[in-house]
Each structure stands twice: as structure tokens, then as C-alpha cells.
Design a protein around this ligand. Structure first.
Ligand code: NAD
Ligand code: IPM
Ligand code: MN
Length: 343
């Protein structure tokens, strides 16, 4: 088989540190063709834009795209005309048609005591956040007029149907669909469409609707009730960072962003560029390595290698690997070596 072509986008902050870890692991796992490009703030500094057309074209040609993180205080500006690192990521998601963002949350046995929540609360929890990624308030009309600023949230029936199908197909028993239907019109459409898709196409699965504020509370009070959480773009963003703490740290949560079959997926940790610890070599690389697992499984059809890497991560944790976010003192490099030792 031809070598799989992977575009690596290290980005900003801790991005390059955790990307080095991903690359080391991939080099051990097989033969890949890597192409590395700047994105986010690093691309703004070099080219004046967070995503160049060349980088976008390389991503479109790739078998899969692996991104670490973008953003940081250096590029935080109040000037609405200035380019922002995050725009690069949003454009990439949109141009690659990556409407489905999967964020699995499975507290590992070795880390049950690393969560700030009680062991009894997180034990046995295994949920998937399915987040709509190319619509909603992130992509609606926005603007600023003098003393007034606005962002608009728009959803169409087609956008809701396709993400609802991803959620139902991923579910084992239940889909909990999140909305704010007591206030928002887009949420009322969301609820109506999800209800219809569920009833007509997936009648064997349970479907529950939950208001987003209640869901935020239920996630820490009784997370085991959830199987698949289906949410629009911004609600999914917020709830998944919250859900990360079930696993012990935001530094543990991976994600896969998928579009039409046959098109390259984008794989990236849920966390950001962690400016507060960037450059210190102490970032937890496991959300990044978990994203490599998802890339191997969903993006490259390399299920065996995916399973090997996942089990290496779990064994390293069982042997006591803990970066600082998990209450330990392992550096990024030490964590990488601990995983490599089991590959
Ligand atoms: P963040 O996720 O970068 O960091 C939040 C907290 O979690 C920080 O205390 C950080 O140190 C910690 N953390 C995150 N990842 C970690 C890891 N791997 N190991 C150890 N600790 C980790 O969120 P933020 O500080 O709100 O945002 C910083 C920048 O990142 C912003 O510019 C934001 O836009 C950007 N961001 C980018 C992405 C992405 O590229 N996908 C995602 C989220 C945020
Ligand atoms: C994420 C991030 C992004 C988002 C930002 C950086 C645009 O928070 O991937 O969760 O909000 O989608
Ligand atoms: Mn986020």
C-alpha cells in the first residue's frame, strides 16, 4: 500500500511540543509521509494570514491532517481587522467540510483518582460528545457598529439532520440532544429535526432532549447517564471542556473532525495552546496521542496500530506516568518515552 500522507500542523504555544511527541510515535508505528506546515499565529507571523492557500491545498490532498493547537496572547487583539490564529482553524474546518466533531470521554482506570470529581462519580463513565462543527454562531453573520456588536446563530434543517445521523449511528443506547429550546429559535428547530430523525430512522435508540444549563450540571452530578451527547457548535465546545475533567485533565481529551467519506479528516486535541505552560516542556501529550489514535482508526483505516497505541498509553499510565496536570512531574518528553516503551 502507498505510504499514507499526513499533514502536520503544530501551530502555537505547546503545539510544537506535543506535535513532536505525535511524530515520534507515528515514526515508531509505521511508514508515513509527513508534510509540515505553519498554521495559526505562527502562520500570521510568517505570512500575515493564519492559513495560507498552500497549506489549505496540502490539507485537501492529504490522507489525514493532524493539528496540535493555535492561538495565544501575542495575537489577541481588539482590532477587528487584524488576523487571528483561530480564524485559520475555523477556515480549515469549513473548507474541509468537517461538520462532525467527535470527542470521546472515557476516564481510564489508572486515572480515576486524578479527576477532581469523586471516583464513584466517574467510574464506568463512557460518553461521546458529537459536536456540530461548521455551523451556528461560529459562522453566522457578525459585525460591529459603533456601540453595538452582534453574532448570529443560524442552523438549517440539512445541517441538523446530518449531524443528528452521526450521533445516532455512534450511539449504543441513548442520544441526549442538547439545546436551549426554551429561549432560542435555532434550538427549537434543532429539537424538532433531531426528534424526527430519531423517530423515523433510529426508533430502537432512546432519545432525550436536555437544556444546556441542566446538561452542564448533570455532567458533573451523574455523567454515567450519558451515552452520546449531541450538541450544536458552541454548546458542544463548552460542554466538552467540562467533560474533559471526568478524565482527570483537559490534557487527556482527543478529538476527530470528520466530513464526507473519502475526504481527509482533521485530528486534534480538545485543548488549546496552553500559553501559561508553553515553552516549559511540561505539557501533557496524551490528548495529542489520543488524537493520533483517532486518526489511525477513523482517518487511515489502521485499526491495529490504533489499538496498539491506545494500549501503550494505558499501560504507561498504569505504570504511574503522570504529567503535572495529572498531579505528577513527568515532562512531555518523559511521557512520550513512557508510551514509546510500550509500542
Ligand atoms: P487551553 O486549553 O489552551 O488551556 C486551558 C488550561 O488547560 C490551561 O491552564 C492549560 O495550561 C491547561 N492545558 C491545556 N492543555 C494542556 C496539556 N496538554 N497539558 C497540560 N495542561 C494543559 O485554553 P485557553 O487558555 O483558554 O486558550 C489558550 C489559547 O488556545 C487561546 O488562544 C485559544 O483560542 C486557543 N485554543 C485553541 C484550540 C485549538 O487549537 N483547537 C482549542 C482551544 C483553545
Ligand atoms: C476547540 C477550540 C476552538 C473552538 C477555537 C480555538 C476556535 O476551542 O477546538 O474546542 O471553539 O472550536
Ligand atoms: Mn474549545
Amino acid at each position: 500500500m502507498a505510504k499514507r500522507r499526513i499533514v502536520l500542523l503544530p501551530g502555537d504555544g505547546i503545539g510544537p511540543e506535543i506535535m513532536a511527541s505525535a511524530r515520534a510515535v507515528l515514526e515508531r508505528l509505521g511508514e508515513f509521509e509527513f508534510e509540515e506546515h505553519l498554521v495559526g499565529g505562527a502562520s500570521i507571523d510568517r505570512y500575515g494570514t493564519p492559513l495560507t492557500d498552500q497549506t489549505l491545498a496540502a490539507c485537501k490532498r492529504a490522507d489525514a491532517v493532524l493539528l496540535a493547537a493555535v492561538g495565544g496572547p501575542k495575537w489577541d487583539t481588539t482590532d477587528p481587522q487584524a488576523p487571528r490564529p483561530e480564524q485559520g482553524l475555523l477556515r480549515l474546518r469549513r473548507e474541509l467540510g468537517l461538520f462532525a466533531n467527535l470527542r470521546p470521554v472515557r476516564p481510564l482506570p489508572a486515572l480515576l483518582d486524578a479527576s477532581p470529581l469523586k471516583r464513584e462519580v466517574v467510574e464506568g463513565c463512557d460518553l461521546l460528545v458529537v459536536r456540530e462543527l461548521t455551523g451556528g454562531i461560529y459562522f453566522g453573520e457578525r459585525g460591529r457598529e459603533g456601540e453595538r456588536a452582534y453574532d448570529t446563530c443560524v442552523y438549517t434543517v440539512g445541517e441538523i439532520e446530518r449531524i443528528a445521523r452521526v450521533a445516532f449511528r455512534s450511539a449504543r443506547r441513548r442520544v441526549t440532544s442538547i439545546d436551549k429550546a426554551n429561549v432560542l429559535e435555532t434550538s427549537r428547530l434543532w429539537r424538532e429535526v433531531v426528534e424526527r430523525v430519531g423517530r423515523q430512522e433510529f426508533p430502537h435508540l432512546e432519545l432525550e432532549h436536555m437544556l444546556v444549563d441542566n446538561a452542564a450540571m448533570q455532567l458533573v452530578a451523574n455523567p454515567r447517564q450519558f451515552d452520546v451527547i449531541l450538541a450544536e457548535n458552541m454548546f458542544g465546545d463548552i460542554l466538552s471542556d467540562e467533560a474533559a475533567m471526568l478524565t482527570g485533565s483537559l490534557g487527556m481529551l482527543p478529538s476527530a473532525s470528520l466530513g464526507e467519506p473519502g475526504k481527509p479528516g482533521l485530528f486534534e486535541p480538545v485543548h488549546g495552546s496552553a500559553p501559561d505552560i508553553a515553552g516549559q516542556g511540561i505539557a501533557n501529550p496524551l490528548a495529542m496521542l489520543g488524537s493520533v489514535v483517532l486518526m489511525l482508526r477513523h482517518g487511515l483505516a489502521m485499526a491495529d496500530q490504533a489499538a496498539r497505541l491506545q494500549s501503550a498509553i494505558e499501560r504507561a499510565l498504569e505504570e504511574g506516568l503522570r504529567t503535572r496536570d495529572l498531579g505528577g512531574s513527568a515532562t512531555t518528553e518523559e511521557a512520550t518515552r513512557a508510551v514509546l516503551a510500550h509500542l
